[in-house]
Design a protein. Structure first.
Length: 597
């Protein structure tokens, strides 16, 4: 579209009252295009005064007096490229046959390639009404002067532009220039579609055609993804509001454009956060403090409970908490509502849709509203603790089994080290005095007593073995059970290797072997602080060896006789074997225990 096709710019939101005239000057200062209001402002219709197309407007300014040198200087500066790319100069102007002053805004004109091609003049009346205003059917401005009205529009934080029903831009404020990167002179006379990405231009033309049939004040786009296109080709999201203005010259449309880049970025961030919350494995449920109705449930909550989102949004926490009534649950909420507590953590049961009860840990919070005036809501963070409870049960069972084993080991050791030894000593004493007894009956009874003591010692040894090595387990299972039970105390899982068949180990030797292994691993748990523990068993034809090695802090040589090591060494000696402990501070510890079979 040529500059000669520019249509009459109309008032923006009623403020300008059609008192804006536009003229384009070429590089020599000659008027090449004007709108109708130009004549009403400067009097071009009153005669050949030098304000019409083809006139050298700069020469006209040179002929004027009363300080019009400022106007001429501003135009010359613009023609010489003396204004900045977005620069605007406003100067006073009064035609010689007029009794009123006009404000002329002088700005650069550049081509689409950025080449400086002339000057844009925008004329705004500052005095009383003219025939042009009266003929327009619009009321003149009363309390607000035209300069103040224009200043109001120029200072608007949103971009404002005026276009005719064909989409030709007739007026823009400075925010439009800043937003799109064009000079005012470049925008006037262009179609609004040139400010849109190319992919949206055809569709926008269809929207504009429909809008002129039923023009009304409305936000543009609704669900549309609206973008503006800057002079450099970059795009940015916008919100656009449209307002129709009917004039004698036809329909004019006022468009208010807002750059919503920050808003869209904030929404994208909010959506990303919401996506992470929605995808969380734990349940997140939000509910109304008055009705208790759920307002939001994430996918984690849906998976925990077996209900769909739609189903849960018709329910409340009472529907899924069989241990609570509404009264008891509101009692839990009361400290949060009253501001006494910031959060409340408790465990309870959630009943799934399929009737299965799930143990859960819940953290309740009542955070402030996102914005003033918005309603607050409770937030419940729900974690399924089934696995945790199972692990705790397993740990408790393991600890109980370990305590039971330790008790049995202690009892067996006491029986062996105290009771059997005393019985053995008593038998030896009786045998010593048996030869000195002259009475045959007494001697016979002493001999019977010695035999009974030997049998009792044998029975005790059998009982001790049963305490330490139940017959329901194999030798290998007994060894690995002791190793597994030590994990919770050591915080590390020992490695275990075996060379030979443990089932060949005699019962009396197994008794001492298991007791030694328990004592050795207990020492590691109590003293080593090890990151790795190795247990190795070698079973030969007539002997075995047990090695327990850790990479812990080691033992001071002065303490090597403590920590139950005496019992370990005593067991080895009873079975014709040895016990060797090597260690140094920081170098780990190795126990080597041998026994004959």
């Amino acid at each position: 579209m040529s500059e000669a096709d520019i249509t009459d710019p109309e008032p923006v939101a009623g403020f300008l009252a059609r008192a804006v005239g536009v003229a384009f000057l070429d590089g020599d200062g000659v008027i090449v295009a004007v709108n109708d209001e130009w004549g009403a402002c400067v009097g071009a219709s009153d005669g050949d005064l030098g304000y019409a197309i083809g006139d050298a407007f700069l020469d006209t300014c040179d002929r004027l007096t009363d300080g019009h040198s400022r106007t001429a200087a501003a135009i010359r500066s613009a023609l010489d490229g003396g204004l900045e790319s977005t620069g605007i100069v406003e100067v006073p102007f009064r035609p010689p046959d007029h009794h009123r002053w006009c404000d002329i805004t002088v700005s650069n004109r550049t081509s689409e390639t950025g080449e400086h091609i002339g000057v844009t003049l925008m004329v705004r009346r500052t005095g009383g009404a003219t025939n042009g205003v009266a003929e327009s059917g619009l009321e003149p401005l009363s309390d607000l002067g035209l300069s103040e009205a224009w200043a109001m529009i120029e200072s608007s934080p949103d971009g404002m532009m005026l276009a005719d029903e064909h989409g030709v831009i007739a007026l823009v404020n400075s925010q439009v220039e800043t937003m799109f990167g064009f000079d005012r002179g470049e925008l006037l006379g262009r179609r609004v579609e040139e400010l849109l990405p190319e992919r949206h231009r055809q569709v926008h033309m269809a929207h504009r055609t429909r809008y002129r049939v039923q023009p009304r004040v409305r936000a543009m786009g609704g669900d549309l993804d609206l973008h503006g296109r800057r002079r450099d080709g970059s795009e940015f999201p916008v919100e656009v509001s449209l307002s129709p203005l009917t004039t004698p010259q036809g329909l004019r449309v006022i468009a208010t454009v807002r750059d919503v880049s920050d808003k869209v970025a904030a929404q994208a961030h909010s959506h990303a956060v919401l996506h992470q919350i929605d995808a969380a494995h734990d349940g997140v449920l939000m509910f109304d403090p008055e009705t208790l109705d759920f307002l939001y449930v994430n996918r984690g909550a849906q998976a925990q409970l077996g209900y769909s989102c739609e189903e849960l949004l018709t329910m409340s926490p009472i529907h899924i908490k069989p241990e609570f009534t509404e009264t008891s649950f509101r009692a839990v909420l009361a400290p949060l509502l009253d501001g006494i507590a910031e959060s409340h953590v408790f465990t309870t049961i959630h009943r799934r849709k399929d009737g299965v009860d799930v143990p859960v840990e819940i953290r309740l919070e009542y955070p402030p509203a996102a914005r003033p005036g918005q309603p607050r809501m409770f937030v419940a963070l729900v974690r399924d603790i089934s696995d945790r409870l199972e692990a705790e049960d397993a740990r408790r069972n393991s600890e109980a089994a370990e305590r039971l084993l330790e008790d049995r080991e202690r009892l067996a050791r006491d029986l062996h080290d105290l009771v059997i030894q005393r019985l053995f000593a008593a038998g030896m004493g009786l045998q010593a005095v048996q030869a000195q007894v002259k009475d045959e009956i007494v001697a016979e009874r002493v001999a019977d007593t010695v035999v009974q003591l030997d049998e009792t010692i044998a029975d005790l040894r059998t009982a001790i073995f049963e305490l330490t090595a139940p017959s329901t387990r194999s030798r290998y299972e007994e060894i690995t059970a002791i190793i597994d039970q030590s994990v919770s105390r050591m915080g590390v899982t020992p490695s275990f290797s075996v060379d030979g068949d443990p089932e060949l180990i005699p019962g009396a030797v197994v008794e001492q072997l298991l007791s030694t292994l328990v004592e050795a691993l207990s020492n590691v748990a109590r003293h080593a602080q090890a990151a790795a523990v190795e247990v190795a068993l070698v079973v030969g034809a007539d002997a075995l060896s047990l090695t327990v090695h850790d990479d812990g802090k080691g033992l001071d040589p002065k303490s090597l006789r403590g920590n139950g090591l005496g019992n370990i060494e005593s067991r080895a000696q009873q079975l014709g074997g040895t016990s060797t402990l090597t260690s140094e501070p920081g170098g780990g510890t190795t126990l080597t225990w041998t026994a004959r079979m």
